[in-house]
Ligand binder design. Structure first.
Ligand code: ME8
Length: 522
């Protein structure tokens, strides 16, 4: 079978510090997307990894009293450890300190030289080590009358050194044409507009090498120069595809379908990266999608405030799938969002325990108690049955549409709308009361509900892989009937079901007990 390919990437993370919620968030979004596309029959390649070069990492190693190599080995491992902890399913984990990556960067550099887009000069200007980025004087301001910084607070240093430049200014019109011809290249639209106006404002040539430190990929033929860490880092996406060997097996994945990024690094991915690639004669990625930033209980997250959110602690306290669900549900993907404990607990109790968990538990318990623990037989359907089944059946198409736009929260809203309908249907049909009066009708109602739970649960697998696996086990769905090819394989009456068990416990906050509201009724 020649499945449609889907290559999705996370940013590669700086190893100057341990993972925080921002890292977990981007990778989680990619993970949900990758799992959804796999279930939908695509040949998926999902890449994450670590960005290990540059001044920032070199300094962090120095502060830790370690060599850059030993330091990056250690911190990179903490990002790798986040993979099982968060239930991520990448196909590979790349490190920019790998040999194959040096080869790829140097090959790309040579292509840029061949195309006439690299020239030697001298850089004199401001540089932020925190952002690993150059800033124009006009973007900086004096803080306390001495140090210069940019608006986000990152300090900048004056840098004056010999440097190679990339002729970015020459790419302005071609980039604008590219955005015009590829309206889906940047999402969401607000970011697309920002990028377009930035490029329209005029592009300066970009300094792409440094001479004042050593921790990076040497410029081919001039190893006094180390490649600019962003040129090095962006290249990871094609290194993984086998570059410069375009006959490598993974090259079939290029161009990438989505680079998922945070809003702060859009410019690098949507301006510099397509310019580098086009200059080297390589197709640019198909889409760059930028998500917003989390605050913590209304406050900007920062190390100095000591309010950094450790995703591992969230999983330990609230559970893996609960954390995954909350992060994807609470904030429209693309917007900024605020992490609040009470909101987390509210969602766990109201959406998961009360609405979805309770639906599964109620239905499966009645089946166990009243139908001999087997999938009941459905008799003739009345309008209410057909309406619920039709709603559930239409979910897959709707999710395909919204997830193609990375609208992760909307997909969940759509599914929960159906869960709400199913709960109202249980109340209206009251199957428990039918045992004495009309057991055949009771069986039909329970079949309709179990089939609805099957469809809903298939779709929730990308978000909550562990809990949904348990629910699908309780519905006795075979492992090879859990992808979307099995969407129309309705529950077979007579199948024996295991004893049901609750999957989403209610959470009582020991710190500040919260009385959760019951699931909303429309
Ligand atoms: O930028 N909320 O690495 P990084 C949400 N190495 N997301 C956040 C966040 C917050 N409070 N804080 C940070 C790099 N992020 C480069 C990438 S790719 C070729 C090179 C996000 O470790 C941020 O937007 O600084 C970015 O996507 C990632 O976490 C941080 O990556």
């Amino acid at each position: 079978m020649n499945a449609k390919r889907f290559y999705i990437t996370t940013p590669i993370y700086y190893v100057n510090d341990v993972p925080h919620i921002g890292h977990a968030y981007t990778t989680l979004a990619c993970d949900v997307m990758a799992r959804f596309m796999r279930l939908d029959g695509h040949d998926v390649h999902f890449l994450t990894g670590t960005d290990e070069h540059g001044q920032k990492v070199e300094k962090a190693a120095e502060t830790a009293g370690m060599t850059p190599k030993a330091f990056t080995d250690k911190v990179s491992q903490s990002f790798r450890d986040l993979v099982p902890k968060m239930g991520f399913s990448p196909d590979n984990f790349i490190r920019t300190t790998e040999e194959r990556h040096y080869r790829s960067c140097q090959a790309l550099w040579k292509k840029l030289v061949e195309s006439g887009d690299i020239y030697a000069d001298k850089y004199a200007g401001w540089y932020s080590v925190r952002d690993e980025a150059y800033y124009a004087e006009s973007e900086t301001e004096l803080v306390d009358g001495k140090r210069r910084a940019i608006a986000s607070g990152a300090e900048v240093d004056w840098v004056e050194e010999p440097s190679y430049f990339f002729r970015l200014s020459a790419w302005q019109d071609r980039l604008l044409k590219f955005y015009e011809e590829n309206p889906r290249f940047i999402g969401p639209d607000s970011r697309r507009n920002e990028v377009i106006s930035f490029v329209k404002g005029g592009l300066q040539d970009l300094s792409v090498s440094r001479t004042t430190f050593k921790w990076g990929v040497p410029v081919p033929g001039d190893d006094a120069h180390i490649m600019y860490v962003w040129l090095d880092a962006l290249t990871n996406y094609i290194t993984e595809a086998g570059y410069p060997d375009t006959s490598a097996p993974n090259w079939k994945y290029w161009p990438a379908d989505i680079h998922m990024v945070g809003k702060d690094i859009v410019r690098f991915h949507a301006v510099y990266w397509p310019a580098f690639l086009m200059s080297a004669g390589i197709a640019p990625p198909k889409r760059v999608f930028a998500h917003g930033w989390w605050t913590n209980e209304g406050q900007k997250i920062s190390k100095s405030l000591g309010n950094v959110i450790d995703p591992r602690a969230l999983v330990d306290e609230f559970g893996l799938d609960q954390t995954r669900y909350f992060l994807m549900r609470e904030v429209p993907f693309g917007n900024d969002g605020d992490f609040r404990r009470d909101a987390m607990i509210q969602r766990m109790n109201s959406d998961l325990a009360n609405a979805y968990g309770n639906l599964c538990q109620r239905v499966l318990s009645i089946v166990a108690k009243n139908c001999g623990g087997v999938v009941p037989v459905a008799g003739p359907l009345i309008d209410a049955d057909a309406a619920l089944l039709a709603k559930a059946s239409g979910l897959l198409a709707r999710l395909r549409t919204v997830l193609a736009e990375q609208s992760f929260h909307e997909a969940l809203t759509i599914v929960w709308d159906c869960v709400g309908d199913a709960n109202r249907y249980v109340d209206a049909q009251a199957p428990w009361a039918l045992t004495k009066t009309d057991p055949a009708r009771r069986d039909t109602v329970l079949w309709v509900l179990a089939e609805t739970i099957r469809r809903v649960t298939l779709l929730l697998q990308p978000y909550m892989p562990t809990s949904t696996a348990r629910i699908l086990d309780q519905l006795a769905i075979a492992a090879d009937r859990r992808d979307f090819a099995a969407w129309e394989s309705a529950l077979a009456s007579g199948t024996a079901l295991p004893v049901p068990q609750g999957v989403f416990p209610r959470h009582v906050d020991p710190a500040a007990p919260v009385v959760a509201k019951p699931a909303k009724k429309a």
